[in-house]
Ligand binder design. Structure first.
Ligand SMILES: C=CC1=C(C)c2cc3[nH]c(cc4nc(cc5[nH]c(cc1n2)c(C)c5CCC(=O)O)C(CCC(=O)O)=C4C)c(C)c3C=C
Ligand code: FE2
Length: 429
């Protein structure tokens, strides 16, 4: 998951703007006041002496979540380097029989135009459902990608990137083909559930006749403002997840995540783009929750409370994989998830993890059908997800609590300029 520490500052770094909205709805203002009031109640309830201490600087002021907007136009698509939003929809479509390259281009144009309007907080052109009428953009992002099968169906086989070769089979895979792969992929994220669903519904309607829904998954993350101490998000196992992601401020961030601009040959159209590996990973929460806190922390190699590595320090302290404990054993166990997944254990292989949690009810045995919609972004899957998953698949401490249930790989082109649409360089180049 993308690092969400110091979210306000990071959002501005990644191009997010706050749209001035003089007409904030009454309900929105009441909601903010209500949240502040609730925080006040907690402070008051904790007693007088503690009340003063609770007014510490590290409690962030609540802000208008609805006013934040991400840019649709630019070098890269939004929804990659930006912090993951509170609500997510991942959707794959297959082209309808007879839909050709021209039809696909028209669809990407329709989708891009609509996404640009919605992300700016404007009403879409044409018919609207009204689902998000009184809401601001709420950090909406809409990100489009192409699956391997798209290229044959549109006569573009010659432009299919080598990086879209199918992912290798892993021994722990229990993949459902109906919820895997797809010709087209749309990732929608927003900090408001109605704004996210509104985008999903409009794009689905606009696909009518050209593309059919193949699979759809819904996810969530912590809502901005839900905690007074904004930090890296937690997953459904309770772990702080996303700490050691590449940071946008790292000198080599772009090299790890985005396809370089000087790309030549069949996949030159992918300049500024990225490859998304999408995996629905169910967590075996009944088994996981039976582990003691100590065992859970050893499985990951980090403390559960604050995400600090077991080699010492705070969440952001670099991990010391060589550190020995007082008894002479490794502070971070040999099979700890962060040891096995670390770039240092995988010849530098790195990816940007930007996940959503999911909960789809309960299975027949009563276990939660819940886990992670794992989305990993990288310039080349063979230098990111693939070598790391190969290593994890040999059995890190976490693997026995996970089931990989679906998988897909998409080529996500760079962003487009105003007046253009995402994928234009592929479809018209
Ligand atoms: C193939 C790549 C990875 C899969 C699949 C994966 C699944 C997965 N991970 C967690 C929880 C955590 N992962 C953490 C770190 C981490 N994970 C990967 C890769 C995959 N994880 C990497 C590359 C790293 C960073 C390693 C490092 O350099 O230190 C952590 C620790 C905090 C963090 O750095 O993010 C947690 C927690 C779950 C629950 C999961 C599948 C459901
Ligand atoms: Fe992980």
């Amino acid at each position: 998951m993308a690092d969400t520490t110091d979210k306000v500052e990071q959002k501005s770094k990644t191009g997010q703007t706050n749209i001035a909205q003089p007409a904030l709805s009454r309900r929105r203002l009441l909601g903010t006041a209500g949240a502040v009031g609730a925080a006040g109640l907690v402070v008051g309830g904790a007693g007088g002496a503690f009340g003063a201490e609770a007014l510490r600087d590290d409690v962030a002021p609540l802000s208008g979540v609805g006013t934040a907007a991400l840019p649709f136009h630019g070098t890269h698509q939004s929804g990659i380097a930006d912090p993951a939003q509170a609500h997510g929809h991942l959707v794959a479509f297959d082209l309808a029989p007879g839909a050709d390259r021209k039809a696909a281009a028209a669809l990407l144009r329709r989708w891009s135009d609509t996404a640009a309007e919605l992300m700016a907080g404007r009403a879409p052109k044409g018919d609207d459902t009204g689902i998000a009428l009184d809401a601001g953009p709420s950090s909406l992002s809409v990100t489009f990608g192409f699956g391997r099968t798209f290229f044959d169906r549109t006569g573009l086989t010659g432009k299919r990137p080598a990086a879209l070769e199918p992912l290798p089979a892993f021994t722990a895979d229990a993949l459902d083909p109906k919820r895997s792969d797809g010709d087209l992929w749309v990732q929608i994220g927003a900090d408001d559930g109605l704004v996210a669903f509104h985008a999903l519904r409009l794009l689905q309607k606009q696909a009518d006749g050209t593309a059919r829904l193949r699979w759809q998954m819904n996810g969530f993350n912590r809502t901005p403002g839900a905690t007074g101490r904004p930090m890296t998000a937690r997953n459904l196992m309770g772990q702080v997840d996303g700490t050691n992601n590449p940071k946008t401020s790292d000198g080599d961030f772009a090299a790890k995540v985005f396809v370089p601009d000087d790309r030549k040959g069949a996949d030159a159209w992918m300049a500024g783009g990225s490859y998304a590996v999408v995996r629905r990973i169910r967590m075996l929460l009944d088994s996981w929750e039976q582990l003691s806190l100590d065992r859970q922390e050893k499985v990951i190699g980090r403390r559960k409370s604050d995400g600090a590595p077991l080699s010492g320090g705070t969440e952001t302290t670099p991990v010391d994989l060589d550190k020995l404990g007082p008894d002479g054993s490794l502070a971070i166990a040999g099979d700890a998830h962060i040891r096995v997944a670390a770039p240092a254990s995988n010849r530098g292989a790195a990816m940007l993890r930007r996940a959503f949690s999911y909960h789809d009810g309960f299975r027949d045995d009563g276990a939660p059908d819940a886990g992670l919609l794992f989305v990993a972004w990288q310039a080349d899957p063979l230098k990111g997800f693939v070598p790391v998953q190969r290593k994890l698949d040999r059995g890190d401490g976490l693997s026995r609590f996970l089931r990989h249930e679906s998988s897909a790989l998409f080529a996500v082109p760079g962003g487009c300029a105003e007046g253009e649409y995402v994928g234009q360089r592929l479809l018209e180049g």
